[in-house]
Design a protein around this ligand. Structure first.
Ligand SMILES: *Cc1c(COP(=O)(O)O)cnc(C)c1O
Length: 422
C-alpha cells in the first residue's frame, strides 16, 4: 500500500488511486535497475505532496513578484543553503524544473545562438541536451562532439584537447547518461582554461555519489554544475544549478526570468528534505554501497560472459554490449522486464544499430541499494540476467516468469520507502 496513504484520492478518484497503488506494488516487486531512477524516502514524498503546490513565487527570496512568501522564502533558502553546504559551492539555484531546462538555462547564460560548444557524443553516453540534432541545444547552437576511445571505452582526454584547440568552443560540457567511469574534472578544467571556454559539469547521474564522497567532485574545477535531484541524489524530480560566485547572477537570471516562471515550491521542499538526508553520515554509507554493488555486479556479469563497455564500472552504472550474446538491446530489455528486472536498452559506443533498437542495455545500482541489497546479492542478480538473456534467445517464457517470481520473493525481505505491505 502506498505511503502516505491515498485515502482521499481513493474516495475522490478511485480509478487514479488504483493505478497509483498498482505502480507502488510494481515498484515494490521489481528489481528497479534503470540507472537514472531511485526510491525517495517517505519524508520526501510527504514534502512534495503538500499545499506548497498552491503557491506562486516568481523571483527569488526577498525579491518576489507576488505576496505571501513568508514561508516559501525560508523553504527555498533552506534548499539553497543546504545545496551550497553539501556540495561546497558558492551559489546554488534550486528552481530548474528538471535537468533539461537546467541545461538550457546554462546555454542561455553563456552562449549566443550559433556558438560552438564541445560535449560527449550522445551515442557514446552524452545527453540529448548536450547538442543532439533534435534538441534545442543542437538546433540553436553548434555542437562538436568528442567520443570515447574504441579500444578502452573511456574518454580520451588528448582527443578532447585536440578538438578544443581546433574548434575554440565557448563552452565544454563533461558528464552524461551512460558513463561507467570516473570523470576527470581537473583534466577538463585545464582544457577549458587553455581555450577560454566555460566548463559545465553535468553531474545528473552521479550527484549523490559526489555528495556522499564516492566520486570526485567538480567543485573547484567546473564554472557551472548542473544536476538533476532525482537520480543517485535520491530527491524528487527536479534540478539545481551550482556555480562560482562570479557566475551566480548570470545563472539566476537565466533560470528566472530567462527561461522559467514560478518555481515548483512543493518540489523545492522535497529537494530540501533530500539534501538534508544526503548530509547525514548514513548517506555516505549509501553512496559507497552503490559503488560497491556496481563493482560486484560488474564482476559477476563479466564472470557470466557479458561484455561490459570499458570492462567494468567505477560508479553505479553498467553498460552491456549484447552483440556477442546474439540478442539486441530492445528484446533483451523487454525480456528482463518480464523477468522482474527493469532497465533500458541503450546504444553502446560505435553502435552499428539505431537508438530505437541498439546493441546494448544500461543498468544501475542506485535503487536496489536503497532497497538494501549488498554485494552478497550481486552474483544472484547476475545469474538472473544470464537466465533471462538465454531465455529470450530460446523464446523461453516460462523461465522469465520463474525469475520474476524469484525476484519478488527476494525483494519481499527488503522494505520499500513509500510502501507498506498491507
Ligand atoms: C537525466 C539527465 C538530464 C536530464 O534530466 P531530465 O530531468 O530528464 O530533464 C540531463 N543531463 C544528464 C547527464 C542526465 O543524465
Amino acid at each position: 500500500m502506498h505511503v502516505p496513504h491515498l485515502s482521499h484520492l481513493a474516495t475522490a478518484d478511485p480509478q487514479l488511486a488504483g493505478l497509483i497503488e498498482d505502480e507502488a506494488t510494481r515498484q515494490h516487486d521489481k528489481l528497479r535497475m534503470i540507472a537514472s531512477e531511485n526510491y525517495v524516502s517517505a519524508a520526501v514524498l510527504e514534502a512534495t505532496g503538500t499545499v506548497l503546490t498552491n503557491k506562486y513565487s516568481e523571483g527569488y527570496a526577498g525579491k518576489r513578484y507576488y505576496e505571501g512568501q513568508q514561508f516559501v522564502d525560508p523553504i527555498e533558502e533552506l534548499a539553497r543553503t543546504r545545496a551550497e553546504a553539501l556540495f561546497g559551492v558558492d551559489h546554488a539555484n534550486v528552481q530548474p524544473y528538471s535537468g533539461s531546462p537546467a541545461n538550457l538555462a546554462v546555454f542561455l547564460a553563456f552562449l549566443q545562438p550559433g556558438d560552438t560548444f564541445l560535449s560527449l557524443e550522445l551515442a557514446h553516453g552524452g545527453h540529448l541536451t548536450h547538442g543532439s540534432p533534435v534538441s534545442a541545444t543542437g538546433k540553436w547552437f553548434r555542437p562538436v562532439h568528442y567520443a570515447v576511445d574504441r579500444a578502452t571505452g573511456r574518454i580520451d582526454m588528448d582527443h578532447v584537447r585536440e578538438l578544443a584547440l581546433a574548434e575554440r568552443p565557448k563552452m565544454i560540457i563533461c558528464g552524461g547518461t551512460a558513463i561507467p567511469r570516473t570523470i576527470d574534472f581537473p583534466a577538463f578544467a585545464a582544457i577549458a582554461r587553455e581555450v577560454g571556454a566555460v566548463l559545465l559539469a553535468d553531474i545528473a547521474h552521479i550527484a549523490g555519489l559526489i555528495a556522499g564522497g564516492a566520486h570526485p567532485s567538480p567543485v573547484g574545477h567546473a564554472d557551472v554544475i548542473s544536476t538533476t535531484t532525482h537520480k543517485t541524489l535520491r530527491g524528487p524530480r527536479g534540478a539545481m544549478l551550482m556555480s562560482t560566485a562570479e557566475h551566480a547572477t548570470a545563472i539566476d537570471k537565466a533560470v528566472f526570468p530567462g527561461l522559467q516562471g514560478g518555481p515548483h515550491n512543493h518540489t523545492t521542499a522535497g529537494i530540501a528534505v533530500a539534501l538534508g538526508e544526503a548530509a547525514q553520515p548514513s548517506f555516505r554509507d549509501y553512496a559507497a554501497q552503490v559503488v560497491a554493488n556496481g563493482k560486484a555486479l560488474a564482476a559477476a556479469l563479466t564472470e557470466r560472459g557479458f561484455n561490459l563497455v570499458s570492462g567494468g564500472t567505477d560508479n553505479h552504472l553498467i553498460l552491456i554490449d549484447l552483440t556477442d550474446k546474439g540478442v539486441e538491446g530492445k528484446p533483451a530489455a523487454k525480456a528482463l522486464d518480464r523477468a522482474g528486472i527493469e532497465l533500458n536498452f541503450n546504444t553502446v559506443p560505435y553502435d552499428p544499430r539505431k537508438p530505437w533498437n541498439p546493441s546494448g542495455i544500461r543498468l544501475g545500482t542506485a535503487a536496489i541499494t536503497t532497497r538494501g541489497l549488498t554485494e552478497e546479492h550481486m552474483p544472484q542478480v547476475a545469474t538472473w540476467y544470464d537466465e533471462a538473456i538465454t531465455a529470450v534467445v530460446k523464446d523461453d517464457e516460462a523461465t522469465l516468469d520463474r525469475v520474476a517470481g524469484e525476484v519478488a520473493d527476494l525483494l519481499a525481505g527488503f522494505p520499500m520507502p513509500g510502501y507498506a505491505t498491507a
